[in-house]
Design a protein around this ligand. Structure first.
Ligand code: 5GP
Ligand code: ZN
Length: 138
């Protein structure tokens, strides 16, 4: 049995409420949902961070998310969804197997947008922005 809880679900060693499966991806309900229908989509192969997932598996993962979103929304009559990845412990990742959260949202549910996940907004100068632009574009 794997040390990783999501590998254990993929391998069928522990039960999961599985809602979708493809060659490279598996989707199941979150055991401690933020909203009814909260779904996790994982690559079947164990990788901790998104950039470690091979391109074909990453494409399959996003296709599975794309396929699932309307089905999740319809299943719980949601008005919208937040879709996100806690990519690394500093971002709040607790299970070190890449997983995409699909969180159904409802008008007036009192939740927050993804803009609320970071701390205070930085006040960046043009020079700092130019440095970041150059560092990312390489
Ligand atoms: P993270 O903070 O790593 O992005 O989120 C981990 C998610 O996995 C949490 O939303 C948590 O409720 C969910 N989770 C943790 N253990 C299990 C489990 O054994 N089964 C399922 N289905 N979800 C789990
Ligand atoms: Zn794993």
């Amino acid at each position: 049995m794997s040390d990783c809880i999501f590998c254990a679900i993929v391998d069928g060693d522990i039960p999961g409420r599985i809602v979708h499966e493809t060659d490279h991806s598996l989707a199941f309900l979150d055991a401690n949902p933020l909203a009814p229908g909260h779904t996790l989509v994982v690559p079947k192969e164990h990788h901790a961070r998104l950039d470690e997932v091979p391109a074909d598996a990453a494409a399959d993962l996003f296709a599975a998310v794309n396929d699932l979103v309307p089905r999740v929304e319809a299943a719980v009559d949601a008005d919208a969804t937040n879709i996100g990845i806690n990519n690394g412990p500093a971002a709040g990742q607790e299970v070190d197997h890449v997983h995409v959260h699909i969180v159904p949202r409802f008008e007036g549910d009192g939740g927050s947008p993804i803009h609320a996940v970071a701390g205070e907004r930085p006040d960046l100068s043009d020079e700092e922005l130019a440095d970041i632009e150059a560092a990312i574009s390489g």
